[in-house]
Write a protein that binds this ligand. Structure first.
Ligand code: ACO
Ligand code: OAA
Length: 369
């Protein structure tokens, strides 16, 4: 008997992140502690190496990420050539796929080569997402500033301006909160892909495609679309009641694993309150809180990581269709950690399907059909 959606099936062992009794940890460290204290670079190091970096290792990783963030000229030309109206997740997936062709170690599969490819991908993916926006605005594509950290560099490459410290802190926290999440759908697809011994870029392309759907990472963009459609706190009740009566899903609520709440959501809720106030858009936070109240009361569902991240990113001045690509920028750290873990102890992932098709029968020639 199959289990729909593989619910509750343990498909692999992993030492990277855990969800136990509703508590999320990266390498054993509670996400609450990391959200309040860690830089994204510390989290990347932790996910890849299993330990937090000392000061020298952290400085080296920051330097490596900034230095490896430049894009090959051919990728810049590609980004400038692809259709401007394409969804940025499609453009991102295509650019990462193309990036494999310019990676100096594309066909090398040693652990050392794979670690370097992971580093280059983590460095370049942020440049690509910022570049997608710059190209749409007809602006020059920027490279990372070696003086800046990862979060600061993304905001700088996106806008060309010096980002303010509150924005850097908030963006860093959002990156930390999205970095890894056990065997979510995109991570699973990355692991399935590389378990055939396909290369890292192939795994990340699979993962980006999987993340893009609204039942997974694409929900953050869908939440913002809903907030814009609702428009005001006064409209919330009628909009949500109508959606529920039509049995429509409310994006940003529910979770396959968490049934008593997503531990990341409270951080994003607090950030949403603060940032919407600073940016003069507290209406978005008020609408979100009202929606949460109704969905929790009517459906018993709680917000997931995607719900309040929408108003957070919007308050930072980020376009709605970049929300999911930004999720991919952060999750590349988790995807690559899982890919390296898969390579280190690999076996082809190939489950079975329960056959429910027609009984055995014979081929009928076309003139007899
Ligand atoms: C980063 C992330 O990926 S977090 C998740 C992001 N996705 C979303 O926010 C999309 C909205 N949420 C959902 O679609 C689901 O809750 C999922 C995909 C996250 C989890 O799905 P599953 O574990 O398969 O739960 P499933 O979709 O079977 O839902 C179970 C029941 O709750 C209902 N339900 C679940 N989520 C929602 C929702 N957001 N709005 C309304 N009803 C919902 C379903 O309609 C279903 O009801 P039924 O039993 O009467 O048919
Ligand atoms: O774990 C999941 O199913 C989805 C999720 O919250 C994530 O990927 O962050």
């Amino acid at each position: 008997m199959s289990t729909a959606g593989l619910e509750g099936i343990v498909a692999t062992q992993s030492g990277i992140s855990s969800i136990i009794d509703g508590v999320l940890t990266y390498r054993g460290i509670d996400i609450d502690e990391l959200a309040d204290n860690a830089s994204f670079e510390e989290v990347v190091y932790l996910l890849w190496n299993g330990e937090l970096p000392n000061a020298d290792a952290l400085a080296q990783l920051k330097k490596d990420l900034a230095e490896n963030g430049n894009l090959p000229e051919e990728i810049i030309t590609l980004l400038q050539t692809l259709p401007k109206q394409a969804h940025p997740m499609t453009t991102l997936r295509t650019a990462v796929s193309a990036l494999a062709m310019y990676d100096p170690q594309e066909q090398e599969m040693t652990p050392e080569a794979n670690q370097l490819k992971a580093l280059r991908l983590q460095a370049q993916i942020s440049t690509i997402v910022a570049a997608i926006q710059r190209v749409r605005e007809g602006k020059e594509i920027l490279s990372p500033n070696p003086e800046y950290g990862y979060a600061q560099n993304f905001l700088y490459m996106l806008t060309g301006a010096e980002p303010d410290p509150i924005a850097i802190e908030a963006f860093n926290k959002a990156l930390v909160l999205h970095a890894d999440h056990e065997l979510n759908a995109s991570t699973f697809s990355a692991r399935v892909t590389v378990a055939t011994l396909a290369n890292i870029h192939a795994g990340i392309v699979s993962a980006i495609g999987t993340l893009s759907g609204p039942l997974h990472g694409g929900a953050n963009e869908a939440v913002m679309a809903m907030l814009e459609e609702v428009g005001s706190v006064e409209n919330v009740d009628s909009y949500i009641n109508q959606a529920l009566s039509e049995k429509r899903k409310i994006m940003g609520f529910g979770h396959r694993v968490y049934k008593t709440g997503d531990p990341r959501a409270k951080h994003l809720r607090n950030m949403s309150q603060k940032l919407t106030t600073i940016s003069g858009q507290s209406k978005l936070y008020d609408m979100s809180v009202r929606i949460e109240g109704i969905i929790t009361k009517e459906k018993g569902l709680l917000p997931n990581v995607d719900f309040y991240s929408a108003s957070v990113y919007h308050s930072l001045g980020i376009s709605r269709d970049l929300f999911t690509p930004i999720f991919a920028v952060s999750r590349t750290s988790g995807w690559t950690a899982h890919i390296l873990e898969q390579y280190a102890n690999n076996r082809l992932i190939r489950p079975r399907a329960e056959y429910v098709g027609p009984e055995k029968r014979h081929y009928v020639p076309v003139d007899q059909r």
